[in-house]
Write a new protein. Structure first.
Lengths: 362, 400
């Protein structure tokens, strides 16, 4: 019995954290946000070197063949470092969809390139996960896709995994005829999000995705990984708040010696500690405990989003006026947590789904 | 991640299950702590190693090796079968571990066995009207007079004092020493002359606590655990045991399931309560939090087994567990609306009352537990100071 990370997983976490400490963090996120790069190529190449894009891809296809728990560990590290790189869509959801629903040809066409970091795949799942806005819908007619899909993430991509209105999954080349891409500028400047407009676009159906189950499964996984990203970001905000409170002096004392400030930090820690266990378990469940996977994924995403929101606000308050400025840069974490909260289902929507999964709704 | 306990443990689980299935009719069911049935059940559980498992045989325990998973399995199976798993109370859960750690050989032989068998029931004399969160400022004093301590003062929040045979009590024996170094840990019989117990009625309507007054209570000199002035160390070793017990997330699951069942069956305007999306959202929110706390508990178990550090995960249990339980009971009241305001009556229960008024009772009782055993605010001090390394509040000097 061992609940939590194995030695190998701790090693993965530590080496990724070290790499990101040297190469990501606030200065890199700021440069990405202000500099107009489409991709943080240096950072991406470093992650390729560490095997991150192929983390869950089988070794036979050039990946590392690890589990969702490993991917969650990576997502947590990336969230903590507000790393301006694609990950959840291209490195986990698209490969998982290909592994579970792709033909043998599709797998050997796509997986090695994804694992090598040569092909980045954005994911267009918003309508299936969060509900469809007016006019947002993708329909397939004779194998070609038309319509519009919003809030595609890992958006700066070479190809896209797109869900149609019957919950089937397709791969679309980013340069395909009839495909128009538009950036959507969210609060979070560390990741690219956008919309795709499709007009009779040639697409590859993943043949095993017909019954909608593969889509449902990658939504579970995506939700767990977004929870992990938020957890990493929120944990970092707590660490920053504690560190700041020990150096900032007012009334001839570090503000961290005032109970009002200490209690804010204690409340953040008390909220976050159980989130770690929830994320670990939910990540394990999507691979190994099918009967609990969906409800746990919903709870993980919803609960961590709530705690993350509280931490984002409270950490900013501990920093006082400086927390509100761009100088300290805390807002990059605040906003990353804010975007994660809405992607692939907001807390209310996820709790509703948790109730439905348990047959609590007639 | 390995959530299996392994074949040896699953065999052990089956043994426990078989035992419960065979003997469940021997289990006491509300007969009280002193009934013959309760004592016989306790005796059988000790003989089988299902309680007092790691306590040495010569002191009246089972004498088994410390095995965290077996202890866990025993707790899980008795809870699942809703069969009482051996006696608890402050004597067994707090005093016994302390005596085993800090007591003399003579004290272990005299007190541990009868306590385990349910023959000696204890109460805890710690808090005083002037010493709550700042427990070390306690003023009940004991002065040596020949071969006896003479105890004078008052304790409060003393649960089960009205039933207890003995008390373990913190008293000030060195009035001139710094406050933490002037305290001693005494044991004495509640039948000693000079002790008066007054019930303390709480907001729940019950008198689960008492005030205890001591007037020239004479205690033999040797009934001290640890040395003079070391009582604070002795007490802290017990408080660690207590904090772990409050806010148990597994007990919360039983209440959550009962609440879910209530919301699925109870109707208002012909609609099930759970069909109200606002109520349902609150239920799901609590379910998510209970899930997180149960998994936090699993992490603590695993950390103990594998010698990993999860100190912070442990420090938050009392704070989060009691607050969450209070919220859970609050939802039970709110979904019932006006019926939620009913309470068990002096003239018998109203026909509309649900679950014997337990939602209101627990809602109030858990507010008590948010305060008792170290208030939420004290917990936050502990989390921030010991967990996050933040500085203590500077002390005011007495002259200021």
């Amino acid at each position: 019995m061992e609940f939590g990370l194995s030695q190998e997983q701790e090693f993965l976490r530590d080496s990724l954290t070290r790499f990101l400490a040297d190469n990501a963090g606030l200065p890199r996120a700021r440069r990405f946000a202000d500099g107009g790069e489409r991709r943080a190529q240096d950072l991406w190449e470093g992650l390729v070197g560490l095997g991150v894009p192929g983390l869950v891809i089988p070794e036979a296809h050039g990946g590392v063949g690890l589990a969702t728990l490993d991917a969650a560990t990576a997502a947590q590290a990336l969230g903590s470092a507000i790393a301006p790189v694609p990950f959840i869509g291209t490195s986990v959801l698209a490969p998982r969809a290909l592994i579970n629903a792709g033909s043998a040809d599709q797998q050997s066409e796509w997986l090695p390139r994804i694992a090598a970091g040569e092909t980045i795949v954005g994911v267009a799942l918003s309508e299936a996960a969060s509900g469809a806005r007016e006019g947002a819908k993708v329909t397939a007619i004779a194998g070609k896709l038309s319509g519009k899909t919003l809030f595609v993430f890992d958006f700066e991509a070479d190809a896209y995994l797109v869900a149609d209105d019957r919950r089937r999954l397709y791969l679309v080349d980013g340069k395909a005829k009839g495909l128009t891409r538009r950036d959507l500028e969210t609060i979070d400047a560390t990741r690219r999000v956008g919309e795709l407009v499709l007009d009779g676009v040639q697409a590859q159906l993943l043949p095993g995705s017909e019954d909608g189950e593969v889509l449902a499964d990658i939504l579970d996984v995506g939700r767990v990984l977004l929870a992990a990203d938020t957890l990493g970001a929120a944990q970092n905000m707590l660490d920053q708040a504690v560190a700041y409170s020990l150096t900032r002096q007012q009334f001839n004392r570090p503000i961290g010696s005032f109970q009002a400030v200490k209690h804010m930090c204690a409340e953040m820690a008390a909220g976050l500690e159980p989130c770690q266990s929830l994320v670990w378990y939910a990540a394990h469940a999507v691979d190994s405990i099918p009967s609990e996977a969906r409800v746990t994924a919903c709870h993980a995403k919803a609960h961590v989003a709530e705690v993350g929101k509280f931490v984002a606000k409270t950490s900013t308050e501990v920093h006082g006026g400086m927390g509100f400025t761009d100088l300290v840069g805390l807002h990059y974490w605040f906003k990353r947590i804010g975007l994660n909260r809405q992607l692939l289902g907001s807390p209310e929507r996820l709790r509703e789904e948790a109730a439905r999964v348990q047959d609590l709704i007639e | 991640m390995d959530l299996t306990y392994g074949a040896e443990y699953e065999r052990f689980r089956n043994e426990v299950r078989d035992f419960i299935a065979t003997h469940r009719n021997d289990a006491p069911d509300g007969q009280g702590m002193r009934s013959a049935k309760t004592r016989a059940w306790q005796k059988m559980l000790i003989e089988r190693g299902y309680t007092a498992r790691t306590i040495p045989k010569e002191y009246g325990g089972y004498g088994g090796d410390a095995d965290i998973l077996k202890s866990r399995i025993i707790a899980e199976e008795f809870a699942a079968a809703q069969v009482p798993g051996g006696l608890g109370g402050q004597g067994i859960s707090m005093l016994v571990p302390t005596l085993l750690e800090m007591g003399t050989e003579e004290q272990k032989r005299e007190f541990v066995g009868p306590t385990l068998r349910g023959e000696t029931i204890w109460c805890q004399g710690y808090s005083e009207p002037g010493a709550g969160s700042d427990l070390a400022s306690l003023r009940t004093r004991a002065e040596l007079d020949g071969d006896e301590w003479v105890v004078n003062g008052q304790k409060i929040w003393t649960s089960t004092a009205q039933h207890a045979d003995w008390i373990f009590c913190l008293v000030r024996t060195e009035p001139n020493a710094p406050k933490h170094q002037g305290i001693s840990f005494l044991l004495f019989s509640m039948k000693t002359p000079g002790i008066e117990v007054r019930p303390l009625k709480t907001m729940t309507g019950d008198a689960t606590f008492n005030e205890v007054f001591f007037t020239d209570v004479r205690v033999p000199k040797g009934q001290i655990v640890g040395r003079r002035g070391e009582g604070w160390l002795v007490a802290n070793s017990i408080l660690r045991h207590e904090r772990g017990m409050l806010g148990d997330p597994n007990a919360m699951l039983t209440r959550l399931n009962a609440l879910t069942e209530l919301m699925k069956t109870e109707t208002l305007d012909g609609r099930r309560l759970i069909d109200n999306p606002v109520y349902r959202d609150r239920l799901m929110k609590i379910q998510g939090e209970v899930t997180a706390m149960r998994l936090n508990d699993l992490r603590l178990l695993s950390a103990k087994l594998n010698n990993k550090n999860a100190d912070l995960a442990g420090m938050i249990v009392k704070l989060k567990g009691t607050e969450l339980r209070h919220d859970l009971e609050s939802l039970g009241i709110d979904v019932l609306g006006e019926i939620g305001a009913l309470y068990y009556g002096k003239q018998g229960d109203s026909p509309y009352l649900k679950d014997h008024g337990m939602y209101q009772y627990h809602y109030m009782f858990y507010l008590g537990l948010i305060i008792g055993g170290g208030t939420s605010q004290i917990q936050k001090n502990i989390i921030s100071e010991r967990g996050l390394g933040m500085p203590k509040e500077p002390k005011f000097s007495k002259e200021a």
